[in-house]
Design a binder for this molecule. Structure first.
Ligand SMILES: Nc1ncnc2c1ncn2[C@@H]1O[C@H](COP(=O)(O)OP(=O)(O)OP(=O)(O)O)[C@@H](O)[C@H]1O
Ligand SMILES: O=C(O)[C@@H](O)C(=O)CO
Length: 416
């Protein structure tokens, strides 16, 4: 294995795994830190659920993943976080990056959440979502990690230990190519910069940055940078096309409240498709009773076609629930209910399951005790179908803000 990737959530992990496959690397995704031997692959992505946990726990889990990946033979490492830099004011991107750098004995890394194919670009160290600054995008109202500043330099400076410096490789340098980026990184390192935020507007920029980073033991980025990783050949593309055909019912479980998911849920219902709303305020007991209701509802509809169970709500509804229960508790209650629903749906014969939301995906995959995923064909940039062999199940773990309004229908049609 050449590359070891540590991803801070589950949808982010399938996102970067699908980019590595596109780059020609045979890639396996492990759910949590694996216990067994290394799989036969060019890259292993360890999916953690560490984006919103306390920083010390995120650091400990990430270091455990690093240790396993090193023992499994990885020589270069990639810390994957969100293309909207999702993090709480206390971290966790800064603390995890710092800990990984210490463990690897390196004094410089890059910071590059750009993903141009999904509208995430970086200019003068500021992150844009489409035409809006991150702080003006739907991410302002994210239930767990509201992002109200678009300056990556300032955001990261607030997360790393005091005294550590964050610098910038501006687009004027990136546009000149890998050699210029390499030179700028060396210059920043000489002035004591430890974290270099790199502007990137296009995939070509990402390829230049990836090439300039070939000597660095660690990069930190969203999935876009993986497109520029050194290719392992055509084998991976063939691998991606080869998920086993799966019959059985299809369903969608959505716990994402991101703008794109809201559109996808609305699109599903506008077409008159069956949908059950999970009322977050009724999940106080971990959602056991409500999950039973949802499953009874689904049982009578699944024979006729796919169903959607969703907690997706607008910012005002989410705020009301959070004010009543607290942010963390509200999130955990809903996740617990949706995880029960997902398990029940699989028990009812669902074999093609779309999950919307990273935290939600983490809760579902843990509930289903899935240890490993094989990466399949891409549904939308950053979202592949994956295959969970232990369960004989196709899973699409959709990042909150990815996909067109018809994503759910498109994913299900593709898997038929
Ligand atoms: N109606 C609701 N009220 C309060 N919290 C909710 C509600 N619906 C969902 N949630 C919580 O909001 C959080 C959404 O996070 P999740 O990571 O699943 O989606 P996302 O952030 O849109 O996706 P991604 O991380 O892939 O961008 C979860 O913890 C979920 O339980
Ligand atoms: O980078 C992204 O936007 C996604 O892979 C993600 O991490 C969403 O949780």
């Amino acid at each position: 294995m050449r590359y070891g990737v540590i991803a801070d959530d589950f949808t982010g992990a399938t996102d970067v795994a699908s980019m590595l496959v596109r780059a020609g690397l045979r890639t396996v995704q492990a759910i949590g830190v694996p216990r067994g031997p290394a799989p036969d692959a060019d890259a292993v992505v360890v999916a953690l659920k560490s984006r919103t946990t306390p920083a010390a726990a995120a650091v400990a889990e990430s270091l455990a993943a690093l240790e396993w990946l090193r023992a499994a033979g990885a020589r270069r490492f990639y810390f994957k976080y969100c293309s909207t830099f999702d993090s709480t004011p206390q971290g966790n991107i800064g603390p995890v990056a710092d800990a990984l750098m210490h463990a690897l004995g390196t004094d410089l890394t890059v910071v590059c959440p750009a993903f141009p194919e999904n509208g995430r670009t970086i200019y003068m160290g500021h992150l844009f979502v489409g035409e809006a600054l991150l702080s003006d995008s739907g991410m302002r109202d994210h239930p767990l990690t509201p992002m109200r500043d678009a300056s990556l330099v300032r955001l990261l400076q607030g997360q790393v230990p005091a005294g550590q410096q964050v610098g910038l490789v501006p687009h004027a340098i990136v546009a000149q190519g890998a050699e210029a980026v390499r030179g700028k990184l060396a210059a920043l390192r000489a002035t004591g910069v430890r974290y270099a935020v790199t502007d990137a507007l296009t995939n070509q920029d990402l390829c230049a940055i990836a090439e300039a980073c070939e000597e660095l033991p660690l990069v930190t980025a969203a999935s876009g940078l993986a497109l520029g990783m050194k290719s392992g050949g055509a084998a991976a593309a063939a691998q991606a096309a080869q998920l086993p055909p799966v019959g059985g019912a299809a369903a969608v479980v959505s716990g994402s409240c991101s703008v794109a998911t809201q559109g996808q849920v609305a699109n599903w219902m506008d077409a008159g498709r069956p949908a059950f709303k999970v009322d977050a305020a009724r999940c106080e007991d971990g959602g056991a009773a409500l999950a039973q209701e949802a499953l009874a509802w689904a049982a009578s509809r699944l024979p006729a076609g796919p169903v959607l169970v969703y907690a997706t709500a607008n910012p005002a509804e989410v705020r009301a629930v959070q004010q009543r229960f607290g942010v963390e508790r509200a999130g955990a209650m809903v996740e617990a209910c949706l995880a029960r629903v997902a398990r029940g749906l699989v028990d009812q014969g669902v074999r093609r399951l779309v999950i919307a939301g990273g935290e939600t995906s983490g809760a579902v995959v843990k509930e289903l005790e899935i240890a490993q995923l094989r990466i399949g064909p891409t549904i939308a940039p950053g979202v592949p179908w994956t295959w969970a062999p232990q369960r004989g199940l196709l899973l699409a773990l959709k990042s909150g803000n990815f996909g067109t309004p018809d994503f759910f229908e498109r994913a299900i049609a593709m898997s038929a």
